[in-house]
Design a protein around this ligand. Structure first.
Ligand code: ADP
Ligand code: ADP
Ligand code: MG
Length: 644
């Protein structure tokens, strides 16, 4: 086994890898960018090396700097995590050329699976069913449109270099093909520098079921399947293992196809073979097709660990160090059911806008595995993925595990940023999901209901107000008699609403609150506050922001009566950055006439691109930024001439 390894990543996956490595007695070197100097993965590591600026291109993507750090610290191997350099074959070559071990597959295996078209050709040869479609070299639009006709609509256009759902377009009708092709190509060019596409049959009632494989370079085993059909815009939201409704016949067929795929490329280490399944007629062994192989440890690997009892990172280290596969296929078995929910800092009602902020409070309940790269006090910055944690639960049956997930999400406490907790919670209560009737369209169909956030109840508002006015820990002996005023009022804001509350303090243990028309009586017995007869929920307070931990967390800001109207100017003259990010493109030029709704710029923040639109008709007076500028939230990007 290695004595020391370097982890070329950050966040939760860097922490995840270190946890196992350290348990195995392997010393860990972390690398970090400017903004990560005090990050959790740096603190966990035995040593840490600063590698550059916040932008990934200046740090986590700098293969040469990372290899130098490994050599300087005496690390023998590099674990790439996922994302960043994990699927970069040139990096693998460079690691090996430096005399180090890459904890993962060979450069050759990564190259073979790197482009979706070439991978499909290879898989066809290996006898793995692939999605019917055109994955040849001819990129002529006419030819591709002809291929789409031959395949039959609906079809999916995919960037051959694609990933993360980018460069992909569903086309329902022939007359939409040309436009969709253009936009898929444009996105692929920006994201991957390669605008080649393939066209495939869009599978009916699609389910995403993937097989975890593990190879030693010659032979491979599979560790069963994961169902990742709960997706929003082709991005996974909740994953589970095993797949609901899976039959032993289909599992056998998919497992074997996964093993064939891995062995066809001499795969070494952990990998995932993704299949698309037509579930319109239940799960049938003749209705699954290869989509792509991810040649790395997958984000959702913990659900497989939960049902097999195997530590995949331990296997990665052992196999990379030259050991045999720790188990044979027949020694592997499934126990119970597991779910993983991806907890993100994002503003769900605002179209899942990635959010930033400092986590003032972060608590997970005991009966789950929470893989996280952040702690209370850490900041979700605009530089990286806004994931806060992966919440993983295990139960004896699917129903038990789902109930646990539901409870765990309700008991998870996050303050300091908005999160998708309520959305995840709504999913755990979705009837179709509960019955196992999943497909990749489930979230999209019921989006409107799923994104509705519960309105705070009067009790919730009172809990926030009591905390804001310091009326929770009134000391019956001294505090109350010394200072408590009989009447106080407070204004709280929540999103666009302002709540007026006032209170009559009847004694240290009794308060009568008025919330608009409604009354809430707060009474304390045996040291515990009851609000209208229900226990007062927990509240975290930080700098005038109160987060009440009920309904997945409800936040309020205290409106300081001395400091009104400082925010939102409602100015339609200036197009501002809604959050910190990178200006990807500016379309406006000075003197140009624009109409309300015209796209003036694109801001990239985390994994998403956001179009910034003109708020009214007008003439561009000034463009204040250029492509590539990094801007703060609220920065003025484009100014329109004053209205005549
Ligand atoms: P998975 O199917 O495991 O979610 P993805 O290919 O969507 O795989 O992404 C894997 C991980 O790689 C993501 O969770 C993210 O951390 C990282 N990643 C993917 N795309 C990007 C990107 N464009 N920028 C930064 N990180 C990315
Ligand atoms: P990426 O590299 O972006 O992960 P994939 O090829 O893995 O791209 O596809 C991402 C998602 O798009 C899948 O999980 C699935 O939801 C959907 N998808 C892909 N191919 C098809 C298809 N042929 N029919 C229906 N849905 C598909
Ligand atoms: Mg994929």
């Amino acid at each position: 086994m290695f004595n020391k390894i370097l982890i070329a990543n950050r966040g939760e996956i860097a922490c995840r890898v270190m946890e196992t490595a350290q348990k195995m007695g392997v010393s860990c070197v972390a690398v970090y960018s400017d903004v990560d100097a005090t990050a959790k993965h740096v603190q966990m590591a035995d040593e840490a090396v600063h590698i550059g600026g916040a932008a990934p291109a200046e740090s986590y993507l700098k293969g040469d700097v990372i290899i130098r750090a490994a050599l300087d610290t005496g690390a023998q191997a590099i674990h790439p995590g996922y994302g960043f350099l994990s699927e970069n074959p040139d990096f693998v070559d460079a690691v090996q050329a430096a005399g180090l071990t890459f904890i993962g597959p060979s450069a050759d295996a990564i190259r073979k699976m790197g482009l979706k078209d070439a991978a499909k050709v290879l898989m066809e040869k290996a006898g793995v069913p692939v999605v019917p479609g055109y994955h040849g070299d001819n990129q002529d639009p006419e030819h591709l449109a002809g291929a789409a006709d031959a395949i039959g609509y609906p079809v999916l256009i995919k960037a051959v270099a694609g990933g993360g759902g980018k460069g992909m377009r569903l086309v329902e009708r022939p007359e939409d093909f040309a436009t969709a092709l253009d936009s898929a190509r444009g996105e692929a060019r920006t994201a991957f520098g390669n605008d080649a596409v393939l066209v495939e049959k869009y599978v009916a009632k699609p389910r995403h079921i993937e097989v975890q494989v593990f190879g030693d370079g010659t032979h491979a085993v599979h560790l069963f399947e994961r169902d990742c059909s709960l997706q929003r815009r082709h991005q996974k939201v909740i994953e589970e293992a095993p797949a609901p409704g899976m039959t032993s016949e289909m599992r056998e067929a998919m497992g074997q196809a996964g093993v064939r795929a891995a062995e066809a490329i001499g795969y070494k280490g952990a990998g995932t073979v993704e299949f698309i399944v037509d579930a319109s007629d239940g799960l049938r062994p003749d209705r699954f097709w290869f989509m792509e192989m991810n040649t790395r440890l997958q984000v959702e690997h913990p659900v497989t660990e939960a049902i097999t009892g195997i530590d995949l990172v331990e296997w990665q280290l052992r196999v990379a160090a030259g050991e045999n596969l720790p188990k044979k296929q027949d020694d592997l078995a499934i126990s119970g059911h597991a779910f993983e929910a991806r907890l993100y800092a994002e503003d769900v009602p605002k179209g899942f806008l990635p959010a930033t902020g400092t986590l003032t409070h972060l608590v997970f309940p005991d009966n789950c595995r929470a893989d996280s790269g952040v702690r209370a006090g850490d900041t979700i910055s605009p530089w990286y993925d806004p994931m806060i944690a992966k919440v993983v639960v295990h139960g004896s049956t699917r129903a038990v595990a789902l109930e646990t997930l539901n409870r765990v999400l309700q008991q998870t406490e996050v303050a300091g940023t908005v999160t998708n907790l309520a959305f995840l919670g709504a999913l755990t209560r979705h009837e179709g999901f509960a019955s196992g009737d999943v497909d990749t369209g489930l979230i999209g169909r019921d989006l409107e209901t799923l994104v509705q956030e519960p309105e705070p109840s009067d009790v919730t508002a009172v809990a926030a107000a009591m905390t804001a006015l310091d009326l929770v820990d009134v000391d019956p002996e001294t505090g109350f008699s010394l200072w408590a005023p009989l009447h106080r009022a407070v204004q709280l804001s929540r999103r666009d609403d302002v709540l007026d509350l006032d209170v009559q303090v009847d004694g240290p243990d009794r308060q009568i609150w008025q919330v608009g028309e409604n009354r809430v009586v707060a009474e304390r017995t045996a040291g515990r506050w009851m609000l209208n007869g229900t226990p007062m929920p927990r509240v975290a307070a930080h700098n005038g922001t109160l987060t009440v931990f009920t309904d997945y967390g409800q936040s309020f800001d205290v409106i300081d009566p001395l400091d009104r109207d400082t925010s939102a100017t409602g100015d339609t003259n200036v197009i501002q950055a809604p959050m910190p990010g990178l200006v990807k493109a500016v379309f406006a030029t000075a003197g140009q006439t624009v109409q309300k709704g015209d796209r003036l710029a694109i801001l990239e923040a985390m994994k998403m691109e956001h179009s910034l639109l003109a708020a009214r008709d007008g003439i561009v007076a000034e463009v204040l930024v250029e492509d590539g500028s990094q801007v703060e939230a609220g920065a003025a990007l484009v100014r329109l001439e004053d209205e005549a």
